[in-house]
Design a protein around this ligand. Sequence first.
Ligand code: ARG
Length: 411
Amino acid sequence: MKNKVEKKVKRAVLAYSGGLDTSVIIQWLKEEYGCDVVAYVADVGQGAEIKPLKKKALKSGASKVFIKDLKEEFVRDFVFPMLRAGAIYEGNYMLGTAIARPIIAKAQMEVVRATRADAVSHGATGKGNDQVRFELACYSIDPHIKVIAPWREWDLKSRSDLLRYAKKHKIDVTVSKKKPYSIDRNLLHTSFEGGILEDTWKTPKEDMFLMTVSPEKAPNRPTYIELDYENGDPVRLNGKKMTPAKLLAKLNDIAGRNGIGRADCVESRVVGMKSRGIYETPGGTVLHEARRAVEALTMDREVMKVRDGVMARYAELVYYGYWFAPERVALQKLVDEATSCVHGTVKLKLYKGNVIIAGRKSDNSLYHPDFATFEEDTVYDQRDAEGFIKISALRLKIRSMMETQWKGSKK
Ligand code: ARG
């Protein structure tokens, strides 16, 4: 047992997935900290069988198991607000894992409260982003919470070390074949890292993907869909009202079948190194394009500039784990105000990996045919443009004149 000067841990709530790592962690926490271990499973739409996990966790030594269905809250209060911001990290990554961590941690802290626990634990390694995201979220909810990150403490170095530990402690880990990738899945995306992907020149094998077919395998005929937006969020798919999680799940299915949403990224991790990840974000990719199409009709150009101007910062905050930080909340207010005008319908053609805008309309469109037309109009006097351009050009003209003078004076 740990001979710690620190306060003794009474009960730890572990974010449990049922895999080898977190199964071993249950036992390890009991040994090292002599504490009671509560297993907590977050259902964010990972698609795995959740129910059997209860039995499994108890068998592995947990005293209690909490299973939380977070799917609707995840999409409504985390994914949709992030999509409104248009957040994409380093131009490529749609942040599917990053956005799930704060809600997983938030619900974990609810279990802490319900069980009067004094510690949380997770299976994230000391090299990745997820440890940062989990822990920043936990600390911002309870500044006194004790965090135990076994991967930063124990001397189990490899999978075979873990298997040996499991065997020694008779932990049932239905020995699955070593997964060739580190996979994280939820309703927004699936990510793949490690294995052959660590060579940035290697192309992933087709059988790796879980949510999408390759564009080549997608149907030869396009799929048309319609999405209705209200206040910046999609509310109806093909005329049918759906809850956020249901809508995203349905879109994942349709977009995935059309080969949409794969991305091969080399990204800058929080702790400093670059890493390579392959992502599939089928529904999210469609929603990103769809919202922009309605924004183009409804959003004032300067407001759009302001919102787009904070996008990279917002994306970085999500990536770095600052979801509950005041600066993210402040940016969200700006984003929400900017997108409150986004009502309308967009028609999309999904075809072999492409999201093609096929039409859009809105009751509060700023698009005014009388002004935009190439035909004769009565509302716009073309002569006004001359003065406008001359005044706009003033500083360019002055610079040009001065440059000629400078050159002259150098002689
Ligand atoms: N690199 C991505 C991110 O930091 C994905 C991380 C996936 N996590 C995992 N435990 N497999 O958001």
